[in-house]
Every structure is written in structure tokens, then in C-alpha cells.
Design a binder for this molecule. Structure first.
Ligand code: ADP
Ligand code: MG
Length: 618
């Protein structure tokens, strides 16, 4: 037998190593932007074509390279940032491994133009398959320009793994935003296929935060700032009203390096406990600065995870700092609770306040929240607490994700999820004369032929709409033309998302057209949707869609239909007339799978007569 081990040729070894650093165009964006920052640039421009698949170019006005450095920069382990192992523990630069340029050069065609201020002429270097193919002296601006063309041109298998242009551009924008947030004093611009996407002048941290989050955040940020001998934390959290259903707009930086940390996220979420609904995420941009010897940034090749010497201290500190900031904000009601114009128009504000109203109001948790000193922001808590009580009351309600708790009495209650077992017809066949009861504006209680049923109005309606949209997407849904088309201005990433689903939206009746960069015009809406808040509806839809987008097991259309159904369902808390309640039960009864929502929550429960009788036996 012959020996089977052989050494990989350099270019293959390089390509494999490159895979760890450069997975997609956005990885190159991150590395090139960080190099520009390390070079002390005050202006950094990023240009991409074809979402970075054809071109990623970064132009900076930093310190540039000597002709020799320009050629050496692309060798593996070529770095000017550390020279001894001790340096590793004092890192103040973004890069230090000397891997980025070597990796890029292994998987793309690269050209570099660079000049130092002291040099008359600059250097131009061309590289392909990790080899310098051409070096010339040229005249060029001070600083460095690196273009990476045709990523993975020599690794077709990797190229095939790249996602759609919109998805890749989204990743690029993400990396761009992270670096720009870390270095607000630097001018950053991004253009895509020759079109300007962003240009952000250098300024304060707050200015950069607003450039990123949008002008509407001008009055919605709470400043965080605490300092100890051990560490400093600065930055902003969004006021509770800016909390979103999706995890966007959440940034942690440690010594100006963006990091992902579920642990620290938890610390912030904890500080918001009671201020925002459980399913919502607070927005934040927080900068932690610690002595570099206290952190190990060396644990992950793309350096997004970090190990702290003592992470419990950091957790406690982050939580305290955010709590403190929020407390300061809520004890300044004169500044922050001024009602905006649209709220002042509401009936409740305009109408005289009668004793009767005062009594009802006083019994509501909202009122309590506002009258207890400094408690204004604890509204959500008392609200969710009362919902919790309701859950406890219905201990026998079949639960979707916790089926271990089986109550003895459950055998008498027919879980709606065991439908199909009904022998004498569906319990949803309710006599049309029957008087129905709406409990807490959430549940409908109706007599069934062998007991009674309790329907969750929102979940039931969600099922009805889900099936309707599902059928509609097979035969396009009717559209009503808007009399006054509404213009929708979106963030770049939302615009990309909307473009992706615009055709599916058309199938269910939304007629939307692109209208300039990141703007859309809503020309028509589904025939059965009330006109008036189309804009809001689309924005909500995008939010929910993002929430789903990690879920690869669903098709785009399925996700969309689920979002639409959830969004348009009548909500808990809405009063319904007898007619509406009957119509809902009838529509639910006509569904193919009436008993659960698309995501599996029960829509109703049946209480069998035997069970009800059993409750009253001695
Ligand atoms: P690292 O950043 O870890 O040192 P890189 O492969 O990213 O490794 O870069 C290699 C070296 O090339 C850097 O250490 C730096 O000296 C030089 N370099 C890279 N990009 C630039 C730039 N934009 N301006 C000046 N020098 C640069
Ligand atoms: Mg680098």
C-alpha cells in the first residue's frame, strides 16, 4: 500500500483558511472598513456592485502604505499591528491577525492603490490567486483604495452558496452600520451600483445613532453614562415606546468592537422589565470600554464574541447603568410626558371627565400606573400581570408548548386540538338564535350540543383569515384602488425586504409600486381591509415578517400569509356584537382545520356536559 497523506498545495490551503474569514461579501466589507479605521482615516467610502458579489471597494484617506508594505500586505500573517505575543493583550486596533487581506486575495481578484503623505508617488498592486501579478508606481490620492472583484471566482462551490442580492446587501449594510456606529467621528458613505445609499458626516455618538436609527429617534433616545475604575459604559437606549418585535437595532461595542452577547442582551432586557411587553425587544447602542487586558477578543475568528475576565460584574453593571438611565428619564415627566398633537385630538382627552368615568378609570391599571409616583412606566407590568391571572384561571386550557402538565380533569375537556374525534358533529355548530357571551372582550362563550365552547376571538379569527389568504394566493385576491395613494418611506433594509415580497403581496391584494429610492407607493389594498392605515399595516407586516425570517422551514408566501392573518385578526380587547360573534364562529366552523392557528395555538376549547356536571357533584 502506498502512503496516502500529502501536503495541500498553498493555493488550496489558502482558500480553505480564507473560508473562515471571508464567508460572504459582507465579511470583506467588515475587514476592509476596519483596516481603514486602523489606518487613521477620517473619511471612508464603501462602494459595492451587485451586492458585493461583483465588487467591494473601500477608499480611505488614512496613512497609506509604503511600496514594499503594499506588496507584503497580502501575505498570510502579514500585520503591522502586533509583533510579540504580549501585544495581543494590549490590542487597541481592530485587526491584528494579519489574515484578512491574505484571505481576500485567495478568493477574489484584488487591486490596491495606496500612497503615504510623505511619498510623491503611490503604488498600485494587482493580485490574483494570492499572487502579485503587477506592481506599478502611480500617482494617486493619499490613503488607500482596495477593490475586491468577483468574489469566489475561483471557488464556484462557495459562490453558489451566496444568497440573493437583497440578502447579501442586507449583511453588508449590517457590517457597515456596526463599524460606523463604533467610529462616529469618521465620515462613512455607502453606494450600491452607483447609487448613494448613505453618507454620514462624522460627529458625536448621538449624531451617528440618529443617522443610523432615523430622525424620528431625535427625541426617543435615553443617554446612558456610568463610569467606574473598572469600566465605562456610554451610549443610548430607546425609550420604551421604540421597542420592537424583532431584534434589530441592538448594538454592543466593547472597546469599539461590535460584539454579539446574549448574556449582555439579557442584562439590558432585564433593565426594561415591566416597561415593555415581554415579546418586544428594546433598542440600544451601548459602548463598554474596559482595560484591554480584561477581555479576550481572540476567541472567535471573526471576533464577534468576547470573553470577559469577570462577566458577572459586566452584567450587573450594564443592567444598573440602563436602569439608572431609565429611572432618570421617568422622573422627568415634564420633559417626556408632553402629549403629542395627535393624542390631544382623541375623544378621551377632549371629552369632559365625569365621575362615572373617573371611577372606571381609577379601577384600571393604566390609571394606577400614572398616579403612583414615578410609576408611569410600570403600566406594562400590571397589564401583563392581569393577563397572567387569566391564564392561571384557565389552568385546563390546552397549552401549546407545555404539554407535560396533564390535569386529571382534562379528559373531560375536549382539547380542541383533538378535533376529528367528534362523533356527533362539530361543536362549532351553534344555534343561530343562541345568545352568546363575550368574556373580557377576549373569549366568546357559546352553548354547543353537548356542553359549551369557549372561543378565543383573536386566535379563531387568525385561523379564519389564514385559510382565506391561503386560498386567495391560489386565486389572486380582489384589490380596492386607493383614492389617495399613500407614499411609504422605508429604511434601506426594510425597502429591500419589501421588494422581495411585493409580488406575494400583490396576490393577496396589495398593489405596491417602487417610487424612488427606498420609497413605495401603495396604490391598492385588499378589498376587505379598511382603508386609512395602510402605511401602518405594511410597516407592521414588515416587522412581523422579519420576526419570521429566521424560520427557514416556511416559504416566503407561507410566512407572509401567517403575518397577514396575525396582523388583521380582530384583537383581544375588542367588543363584538352578537352578529359578529355568530359570524366568527360560523366562519371558524367552515375552516379546514378550525381547531388550531397556523402556529398551533388552540382556537377554542369545549367543556363537555359531563365535565360541567362533575364540577358540581359532591
Ligand atoms: P491586520 O489588520 O490583522 O493587521 P490585514 O490582513 O487586514 O491584517 O492587513 C494587513 C496589513 O496591511 C495591516 O496590518 C496594515 O499594515 C496594512 N493595511 C491594510 N489595509 C490598510 C489600509 N487601508 N491602510 C493602510 N494600511 C493597511
Ligand atoms: Mg485587518
Amino acid at each position: 500500500m502506498s502512503d496516502t497523506i500529502h501536503l495541500l498545495p498553498d493555493h488550496i490551503a489558502n482558500q480553505i483558511a480564507a473560508g473562515e474569514v471571508i464567508q460572504r461579501p459582507a465579511s470583506a466589507v467588515k475587514e476592509l472598513l476596519e483596516n481603514a479605521v486602523d489606518a487613521g482615516a477620517t473619511e471612508i467610502r464603501l462602494l459595492v456592485n451587485d451586492s458585493g458579489k461583483a465588487l467591494v471597494q473601500v477608499i480611505d484617506n488614512g496613512k497609506g502604505m509604503s511600496p514594499k508594505d503594499a506588496q507584503n500586505a497580502f501575505a498570510r500573517h502579514a500585520t503591522s499591528k502586533i509583533s510579540t505575543i504580549e501585544d495581543l493583550f494590549q490590542i487597541r486596533t481592530m485587526g491584528f491577525r494579519g489574515e484578512a487581506l491574505a484571505s481576500i486575495a485567495a478568493v477574489a481578484q484584488v487591486s490596491l492603490k495606496t500612497r503615504r503623505e510623505a511619498d510623491e508617488l503611490g503604488t498600485s498592486v494587482e493580485i490574483e490567486n494570492s499572487k502579485v501579478t503587477e506592481t506599478t508606481a502611480i500617482s494617486c490620492a493619499v490613503g488607500t483604495s482596495i477593490s475586491m472583484k468577483n468574489l469566489f471566482f475561483n471557488v464556484p462551490a462557495r459562490r453558489n452558496f451566496l444568497k440573493s442580492n437583497s440578502a447579501e446587501l442586507k449583511h453588508i449594510i449590517e457590517e457597515y452600520t456596526r463599524v460606523a456606529l463604533a467610529f462616529p467621528e469618521v465620515y462613512f458613505s455607502l453606494s450600491s451600483n452607483g447609487q448613494d445609499v448613505y453618507h454620514w458626516e462624522g460627529g458625536s455618538f448621538k449624531q451617528r445613532a440618529i443617522q443610523v436609527l432615523g430622525n424620528s429617534y431625535q427625541t426617543k433616545l435615553v443617554a446612558v453614562g456610568e463610569q467606574t475604575d473598572y469600566l465605562t459604559i456610554t451610549g443610548f437606549v430607546g425609550k420604551p415606546e421604540t421597542a420592537k418585535k424583532t431584534r434589530s437595532d441592538q448594538y454592543f461595542f466593547v472597546n469599539r468592537r461590535f460584539i454579539k452577547s446574549a448574556y449582555l442582551h439579557h442584562a439590558v432586557a432585564n433593565a426594561f422589565d415591566g416597561l415593555i411587553a415581554k415579546e418586544n425587544f428594546p433598542s440600544y447602542i451601548l459602548y463598554i470600554d474596559v482595560d484591554p487586558t480584561q477581555v479576550d477578543i481572540n476567541v472567535h475568528p471573526t471576533k464577534q464574541e468576547i470573553k470577559f475576565e469577570d462577566d458577572k460584574i459586566i452584567y450587573a453593571f450594564v443592567q444598573a447603568a440602563v436602569k439608572h438611565a431609565l429611572a432618570q428619564f421617568s422622573i422627568a415627566p415634564s420633559l417626556d410626558f408632553s402629549l403629542d398633537a395627535s393624542i390631544q385630538q382623541l375623544d378621551a382627552i377632549q371629552q369632559p371627565f365625569t365621575t362615572e368615568k373617573a371611577n372606571t378609570a381609577a379601577s384600571q391599571s393604566l390609571y394606577e400606573g400614572f398616579t403612583k409616583k414615578n410609576q408611569a412606566h410600570f403600566i406594562a407590568k400590571s397589564d401583563s400581570a392581569s393577563k397572567q391571572d387569566w391564564k392561571n384561571f384557565f389552568t385546563t386550557l390546552p397549552s401549546t408548548d407545555n404539554d407535560q402538565t396533564v390535569h386529571e380533569s382534562e379528559s373531560y375537556i375536549v382539547k380542541s386540538s383533538s378535533m376529528g374525534l367528534y362523533k356527533d358533529g362539530s361543536p362549532l355548530q351553534v344555534n343561530e338564535e343562541a345568545v352568546l357571551m363575550q368574556l373580557h372582550q377576549t373569549f366568546i362563550v357559546a352553548p354547543s350540543h353537548s356542553g359549551c365552547i369557549m372561543i378565543h376571538q383573536q386566535l379563531a379569527h387568525e385561523r379564519v383569515l389564514y385559510e382565506k389568504f391561503q386560498k386567495a394566493s391560489a386565486h389572486p385576491h380582489a384589490t380596492q384602488k386607493s383614492l389617495f395613494p399613500v407614499v411609504l418611506e422605508l429604511s434601506v433594509s426594510d425597502a429591500i425586504l419589501l421588494e422581495e415580497i411585493i409580488e406575494d403581496l400583490a396576490l393577496i391584494g396589495y398593489e405596491i409600486e417602487a417610487f424612488g429610492p427606498n420609497s413605495f407607493i401603495i396604490q391598492g389594498i385588499p378589498a376587505d381591509v379598511n382603508a386609512g392605515n395602510e402605511k401602518n399595516a405594511i410597516e407592521l407586516l414588515l416587522e412581523q415578517f422579519k420576526h419570521f425570517s429566521g424560520d427557514i422551514k416556511f416559504s416566503k408566501r407561507e410566512k407572509l400569509i401567517r403575518c397577514m392573518a396575525r396582523q388583521m385578526a380582530i384583537k383581544a380587547g375588542q367588543a363584538l356584537t352578537q352578529k359578529e360573534m355568530h359570524a366568527l364562529i360560523e366562519a371558524l366552523g367552515e375552516c379546514d382545520i378550525p381547531n388550531i392557528t397556523a402556529s398551533g395555538a388552540p382556537t377554542f376549547v369545549e367543556f363537555k356536559e359531563d365535565y360541567l356536571n362533575g364540577l358540581f357533584s359532591k
